[in-house]
Design a protein around this ligand. Structure first.
Ligand SMILES: [Mg+2]
Length: 391
């Protein structure tokens, strides 16, 4: 590549409401808080990256406000005007400047990947080693608080897009109610769709120990993050002899955390999330460590627009074994996407974009409509309202 530098970096703050709130163990999320990072190089080539803060500091340590401050105060000044010498070097520079704060760093790294892909005329997946698959199976979340409505939602999802895996959100109801609900849904979709349950750290070890035999009997495919992320020993104890997979999500915060999970035998599978792992390169390393340890992989999602969704799809397409497919249904959950043509999900799978860079083009008119002008959004979570119909 000829010599160039990144001349500008701007961050746009967007709040996109969800079509229906999603109930999780910590509360109901109704809005995706998005930071859109846009860079332009000295030749005029552009790149875009996304950080979506779903649930804000209730979910992990970052918020839209903190990520915005990290990008504008620490990351942007360090890369603007500096000769570009490769994405590994840029990613390493971001880590050396800012520890943790993965969402902030990953948004900048994604924008750099998009820009380099456009400069070279290749999709990001080519920059990450090339694709092992062109399409990725996509799960669909059922979380509206009752088996009957969720079965109805599931039937609609199968009819519309042929999903073959459903994810149930656990942890905001009594565990016995969650088990009964899961059993009905697993039974109803038997032979047509498998079921993963996500507890979002909502149980303690005793609750999980009581719940697991019934969930195994019901035919659950996997359970995601049943215990708080810190309790690796608890998961290791519970996993002994278990007949379904335990996926680490909140505990899997990148390569180092995944190495610890493997060493502690505290998961049989790992949920990848580039925004949480620290970027696309960090996700590649996370996947390699998990695979080397014999752990299965799941392509996690954070209800992102097609920008963040495409970035994740590119790296997931390059992972040799992606046993549980992905949950990159974000654009389908938002009232509006921010690109001209959203990523395609049909036949139960996401088609990985083929155009250079991310393979999606942002739509300035849509973005202008979604910029609220609110400098800070202090309320991330709505209280639970079981009478309300939820996704
Ligand atoms: Mg999860």
């Amino acid at each position: 590549m000829s010599e160039f530098c990144i001349e500008s970096l701007t961050v746009t703050r967007i709040n996109v409401p969800l079509i229906k709130p999603i109930s999780m163990a910590f509360g109901a999320v109704s809005t995706a808080h998005i930071l859109l990072v846009r860079i332009r190089d000295s030749d005029g080539v552009k790149g875009v990256g996304e950080a979506t803060l779903l649930g804000g500091p209730h979910w992990n340590e970052e918020s839209a406000e903190s990520a915005l401050a990290i990008i504008e105060t620490y990351l942007a000044p360090a890369i603007k005007g500096v000769k570009f010498s490769g994405i590994e070097a840029l990613s390493n520079r971001l880590v050396s400047l800012v520890r943790r704060n993965s969402l902030a760093r990953s948004a900048v790294e994604k924008a750099a990947f998009d820009l380099i892909g456009r400069r070279l005329g290749v999709p990001i997946s080519d920059l990450l080693g090339g694709r092992c698959r062109q399409e990725i199976p996509v799960a669909w979340t059922l979380s509206n608080g009752g088996a009957e409505r969720e079965i109805s939602d599931g039937e609609e999802a199968i009819e519309k897009r042929a999903h073959a895996c459903f994810k149930l959100k656990f942890g905001h109801a009594d565990p016995s109610d969650d088990i009964a609900r899961a059993s009905k849904i697993i039974d109803h979709f038997s032979g047509r769709a498998r079921v993963i349950a996500d507890v979002n750290q909502g149980w303690d070890e005793v609750t999980a120990a009581r719940a697991f035999p019934a969930l195994q009997e019901a035919g659950l495919l996997a359970i995601e993050q049943p215990l708080p992320a810190e309790n690796l020993e608890g998961i290791a104890r519970l996993r002994h002899g278990l007949g379904f997979d335990v996926i680490a999500d909140e505990a899997a915060t990148g390569p180092e955390a995944t190495f610890k999970l493997a060493a502690a035998l505290a998961a049989s599978a790992v949920s990848l999330k580039p925004s949480r792992d620290g970027g696309l390169l960090a996700t590649k390393r996370t996947a390699a460590i998990a695979d080397a340890a014999g752990m299965k992989l799941y392509g996690g999602g954070m209800i992102e627009t097609s920008v963040g969704t495409a970035a994740s799809a590119h790296v997931y397409a390059t992972v040799p074994k992606l046993t549980f497919g992905c949950e990159l249904f974000g654009p389908l959950k938002l009232v509006e996407d921010i690109v001209q043509d959203s990523v395609k999900i049909k036949g139960g799978a996401l088609k990985v974009p083929e155009s250079p860079g991310l393979g999606v083009e942002i739509d300035e008119e849509k973005i202008a409509r979604l910029v609220t002008g609110e400098p800070i959004t202090r309320v991330y979570l709505a209280p639970f309202d079981q009478s309300e119909n939820r996704v």
